[in-house]
Design a protein around this ligand. Structure first.
Ligand code: NAD
Length: 497
């Protein structure tokens, strides 16, 4: 595959898009560099990929789960060998600093190893029957073809969260990665292919969401839809999936909060807030975009945070020592600038940043200054809506109860965090913070693959990625009864009374 002109991966072959159309992907740290020409696929390309996935399904379904798992295991080993190359390519493709893109590849490795272990478990249940000479058991069974739609901010990790359990359970798949990060998705699938995955089991169709993505989730051959992205798109995808009676899991936006009480270790909280707010340039679904400070320490913490944020090194993520890379594209840059303008209009106090950075080596990239707003009140739009950039709002609270009320007072419920030295406060927060993930004395980011990941309310639709919980997305329970009594036995009727 020549990396400057990409192809779709369909039925074990590189295929030109039938549309003949391409998009351009440029390096966000230096837009003069063309990373790839990306197929702008249409419904016909999706149909070809679905035909390949449908044809590959019968044999893959009957491949024993431990054999399927061995392929995942080998793919993990290949990713270890290729980690540096794939991480560097990811930094060039979407801007995250190298340390973080290595982490992204590592997350895919972790997920493959975790799911490979499941190949020899994938446990069902055996239970006593209410009738004599009868056995009852359950097993997880695959559904068929999955349509997987992923965002750009974790361009290898998120495809791995979906593909590893999907394949382990015996489904085949068509992946539609984000238009900004085709390479990382292809690298992941390349590792699976080199590890021995049969042709057609995974197919990749590149292109725009409204064209390729929409055609994929709508198609009746797709029995599972797994989507990660914004809440607006997710809601639409969910409606389409519901009409087709498909399995559907939606992982969507967040507006995550870190609470700092006045008894907290402030230096520890500072490290957490800095990483939570500005790590990945704030472009994580779990990024801390609100920091809720108990009044007594608010002024001091604001000064401490501004000082540390001002010192962050911003630049090309491939350069050693750079801590914050560019934002992913020009649209995001405009969106972030738009929210800064909104914050100002709403009367929030701009403490730091607030503008595009264009001096020195940053002139050719999509860089935005780490931005802090103080004096933010809970109902302001910058405290309610997902910005998805290096912008954090400081709010004040009277104490734990008030903080929890503010933290929960948004549409989203992905991740939240509390810094405190009080054990009682910690356990109250664990109980009362209304989010899928809660951290104590750690920032809102840092999920591990063997635990469930996902959120409540506008963040999710009741399913979880990763952990064992994700198996419920990619399998159905089959319940099996074997009666070896040699006569008709009727449940609930032949009770022996
Ligand atoms: P997005 O919703 O714009 O796009 C996500 C994916 O959906 C892309 O592949 C896109 O091409 C596709 N898409 C767009 N329109 C579509 C349509 N009509 N039909 C089918 N597919 C369509 O999101 P994004 O900008 O790529 O990612 C950022 C968002 O993702 C943020 O809101 C962030 O919070 C969220 N996110 C959530 C999680 C999570 O696990 N909860 C993880 C990462 C990112």
């Amino acid at each position: 595959m020549a990396e400057d002109k990409l192809r779709n991966w369909i039925g074990g072959a590189w295929v030109e898009p039938r549309t003949g159309a391409y998009l351009e992907r440029r390096n966000p740290a230096d837009t003069r560099e063309l990373i790839a020409r990306v197929p702008a696929s249409g419904p016909e390309d999706v149909h070809a990929a679905l035909a390949a996935a449908t044809a590959a399904y019968p044999a893959w379904r009957l491949t024993p789960a431990p054999r399927r798992a061995e392929i995942l295991f080998r793919a993990a080993q290949l990713l270890i060998e290729r980690k540096e190359d794939y991480a560097a390519a990811m930094t060039r493709e979407m801007g995250k600093v190298l340390e973080e893109t290595r982490g992204d590849v590592q997350e895919a490795i972790d997920m493959l190893y975790f799911m490979a272990g499941e190949g020899r478990r994938l446990y069902g249940q055996t239970t006593p029957s209410e009738l004599a000479n009868k056995v009852c058991m359950t097993a997880r069974v695959p559904l068929g073809v999955a349509g997987l739609v992923t965002p750009w901010n974790f361009p290898m990790a998120i495809p791995s969260w979906k593909l590893a359990p999907c394949l382990l359970c015996g489904n085949t798949a068509v992946l539609k990665p984000a238009e900004d990060t085709p390479l990382s998705a292809l690298h992941f699938v390349q590792a699976l292919t080199d590890a021995g995955l049969p042709p057609g089991v995974v197919n990749v169709v590149l292109g725009r969401g409204a064209e390729a993505g929409a055609a994929l989730v709508r198609d009746e051959r797709v029995r599972i839809v797994s989507f990660t992205g914004s809440t607006n798109v997710g809601r639409e995808v969910g409606q389409i999936a519901a009409a087709g009676l498909k399995h559907c899991n939606l992982e969507m936006g967040g507006k995550n909060a870190i609470i700092v009480l006045d008894d907290a270790d402030l230096d520890l909280a500072l490290d957490g807030c800095l990483w939570g707010a500005f790590g990945t340039t704030g472009q994580r679904c779990t990024a801390a975009s609100r920091i809720i400070l108990q009044r007594g320490i608010a002024a001091k913490f604001e000064t401490m945070l501004a000082e540390r944020a001002r010192a962050l090194r911003i630049g090309n993520g491939l350069e050693p020592g750079v801590q914050v890379g560019p934002v992913v594209n020009a649209t995001q840059l405009e969106r972030i600038a738009g929210y800064v303008a909104i914050g100002r209009q709403e009367g929030a106090r701009l403490v730091l940043g607030g503008e595009r950075l264009q001096s020195g080596g940053l002139a050719q990239g999509w860089f935005f200054a780490p931005t802090i707003f103080a004096g933010v009140t809970p109902q302001m739009r910058i405290a309610q809506e997902e910005i998805f950039g290096p912008v954090v709002s400081l709010l004040e609270c009277d104490g734990l109860e008030d903080a929890i009320r503010i933290a929960n007072g948004v549409a989203y419920g992905l991740s939240s965090s509390l810094y405190t030295a009080q054990v009682n406060a910690a356990f109250r927060a664990l109980r009362d913070l209304d989010s899928g993930i809660v951290y104590i004395n750690a920032p809102t980011i840092g999920a591990e693959v063997h635990l469930p990941f996902g959120g409540v309310r506008s963040t999710g639709n009741g399913h979880r990625e990763s952990g064992l919980a994700t198996l419920d997305v990619y399998s159905e329970w089959k319940t099996m009864y074997v009666d070896f009594s040699g006569r008709l036995q009727r449940a609930q009727i032949d009770t022996g009374e």
